[in-house]
Design a protein around this ligand. Structure first.
Ligand SMILES: Nc1ncnc2c1ncn2[C@@H]1O[C@H](COP(=O)(O)OP(=O)(O)O)[C@@H](O)[C@H]1O
Ligand SMILES: [Mg+2]
Length: 113
């Protein structure tokens, strides 16, 4: 299922960041969801090194990676899948990285499209 693939990508990226550069207070990776009107907002957040401001605008580009063994396809694929669900995905970075997905409720409550 496409949505599981997206979550897997985001959680994997968080875990990669935490393992590459473990934070002093211990690694934290969280997944949360909340309702906001007719949208569901899903957040994946870690307390790793974060994403430098110069890198942030490029992370959704195909083949962009900062990892030696990276493919750079996880985020562009995730963005495409979320767009197909008529949602949005965005990233911010401040004491770690945070990814936010917004999906219209009707697109997540079955295949009724
Ligand atoms: N949680 C994160 N913390 C820090 N950097 C991240 C995180 N998630 C993504 N990135 C950055 O975005 C780049 C692209 O991610 P992705 O498209 O999944 O490709 P890959 O994981 O193969 O590098 C990563 O190489 C990394 O630089
Ligand atoms: Mg990845």
């Amino acid at each position: 299922m496409a949505f599981q693939q997206v979550l897997h990508n985001l959680l994997r990226n968080g875990a990669d960041a935490l393992m590459a550069d473990p934070p002093e207070g211990g690694p934290r990776l969280s997944l949360s969801a909340r309702l906001e009107g007719r949208w569901v907002e899903i957040t994946v957040k870690d307390n790793g090194a974060g994403i430098p401001a110069a890198v942030l605008p490029r992370i959704f580009e195909p083949f962009f990676t900062t990892k030696t063994e990276g493919m750079g396809l996880g985020l562009p694929l995730s963005a495409r899948l979320i767009e197909q669900m008529e949602g949005t995905i965005s990233a911010t970075s401040d004491h770690g990285a945070q990814f936010t997905i917004r999906l219209p409720l009707r697109a997540t409550s079955g295949e009724g499209r």
